[in-house]
Ligand binder design. Structure first.
Ligand SMILES: Cc1ncc(COP(=O)(O)O)c(C=O)c1O
Length: 434
């Protein structure tokens, strides 16, 4: 049968190589061509709708085609679409940088613009290594947590630990060591993991430039969650051993974990913070690295001393993306989003309890606007996540499990009724596997 979806899929597969995909899968699993979006809904070409339970790769925090964001972009579009940021500047970049400095943890006063998450991580690694060089120390190793994910460019992949993405490229990677992530959300696990961290730092700190973490929740590593005490301890230890702390808030930033930034749960300020995804409300690609005056000053000198940070990307600080980000921040200010989200996360908490009664559910956990149902008893080859994904699509919900983890990360504008549908469909999907 030749539906509009099928026609689109055929045209697509003639020319497009999709990300994070074994393309042969599309011999049996159809692509979903999306025609439009509105609020929490995506609409395909055959008139089906899907509740976007994952905010479209965790970026869309205020709904699809949000009017406030799109209007801001439209205004900017007829004013200035782009200009290089080396030697030039523009109003949206300046305003956005000031606003960000005012809301991130204290001490992060300088904003380095980039254009996607992985590149922001690359910047922190290079900047940290270069800082130490400028200070007369060569520290060629980075430290990260087991089960971490920081993106898929070579540097970002090197500090990550998801073997599915990393293993193949092992020979190409830069030097990295790993320390155990706390095994669960308890204080005891945080304490245990801090002991292991100190052991490594005691021995290796002289060679380590920076310790990079996804604060509170490790996203692509299966939405693994840990206690804020770990961040408090990690901040103290990295200071003690002269190692930078990088908080990669690309996924956790902008309210996802319940606070504006995950670092706020521990009341810590890292040496670098990376932000992207929710920054533009899911409209355009943009990222930033925030850092301290102290680090900025280590690069500040006469040109011929060769200490400048000469990293750049063509679309760094794009005005359209900055205008989307400005509108996004305005929505946070105007709508008291963090407080409203607290109520929504309570609703999610009460609705997901019923998963605990299913025999194939190992655990249910939550941190703010991220909720996870972990299944047990299935082998990787069974691709159980794919079955849940397909069930979801057939019943109007876009779920995208990470292996055996089914998670909910909806746009914050989701209503209680939409939440109920999203969770009920996932529940039926899990039940159908028994
Ligand atoms: C914590 C974290 N860091 C970095 C990245 C990479 O961002 P991007 O996909 O924009 O390269 C991601 C993406 O999921 C992420 O979750």
């Amino acid at each position: 049968m030749s539906t509009e979806n099928n026609k689109m899929m055929k045209r697509d597969l003639e020319v497009i190589w999709h990300p994070c995909t074994q393309m042969k899968d599309h011999e049996t699993f159809p692509l979903v061509p999306i025609k439009s979006g509105e609020g929490v809904y995506l609409f395909d070409f055959d008139g089906n709708s899907y509740i976007d339970a994952i905010s479209s790769w965790w970026v869309n925090i205020f709904g699809h085609c949000n009017k406030e964001i799109s209007n801001n972009i439209k205004q900017q579009l007829d004013t200035l679409e782009h200009v290089l940021l080396a030697g030039f500047t523009h109003e949206p970049a300046i305003s956005l940088a000031h606003k960000l400095v005012n809301i991130v943890p204290e001490g992060l006063n300088k904003v380095f613009y980039v254009d996607n998450g992985s590149s922001a991580v690359e910047v922190t690694l290079k900047m940290s290594y270069h800082y130490h060089l400028n200070k007369g120390e060569c520290k060629p190793i980075f430290l990260s947590l087991t089960n971490s994910y920081h993106g898929e460019t070579i540097g970002a992949l090197s500090v990550g630990d998801v073997s599915l993405y990393k293993e193949t490229y092992e020979q190409l990677l830069i030097r990295n060591m790993q320390t155990p992530v706390p095994k669960d959300q308890t204080k005891e696990s945080a304490k245990e993991a801090l002991e292991a961290l100190e052991e490594i730092l005691k021995e290796k700190a002289k060679e380590i430039s920076a310790f990079i973490v996804e604060p509170m929740v490790q996203g692509a590593g299966g939405m693994h969650m840990y206690h804020a005490d770990y961040l408090v301890g990690a901040r103290a230890l990295t200071r003690k051993y002269n190692v930078h702390l990088i908080a990669d808030e690309i996924m956790t930033g902008f309210g996802r974990t319940g606070e504006m930034f995950a670092c706020n749960h521990a009341d810590i300020s890292p040496d670098y913070m990376t932000l992207s995804k929710g920054l533009t409300g899911g409209f355009l690609s943009l990222s930033v690295v925030l850092t301290t005056d102290r680090i900025y000053e280590a690069f500040y000198c006469d040109y011929n001393e060769h200490k400048a940070f000469l990293h750049s990307h063509s679309y760094t600080g794009n005005p359209l993306a900055c205008s989307a980000a400005l509108a996004t921040l305005e929505i946070f200010e105007k709508n008291n989003v963090i407080v409203e989200n607290y109520k929504k996360s309570e609703m999610i908490a009460s609705k997901i309890k019923k998963f605990e009664l299913l025999q194939n559910v190992k655990s249910v956990r939550q941190q703010g606007m991220i909720a996870v149902v972990e299944l047990s008893g299935y082998k990787t080859e069974e691709r159980i996540g794919l079955k849940v994904y397909q069930y979801g699509l057939e019943h109007g919900v876009l779920l995208r499990p990470l292996g055996n983890m089914i998670y909910f990360m909806p746009p914050y504008i989701i209503t209680e009724d939409e939440m109920t549908t999203m969770i009920d469909v996932a529940h039926d999907a899990v039940k159908s596997l028994i």
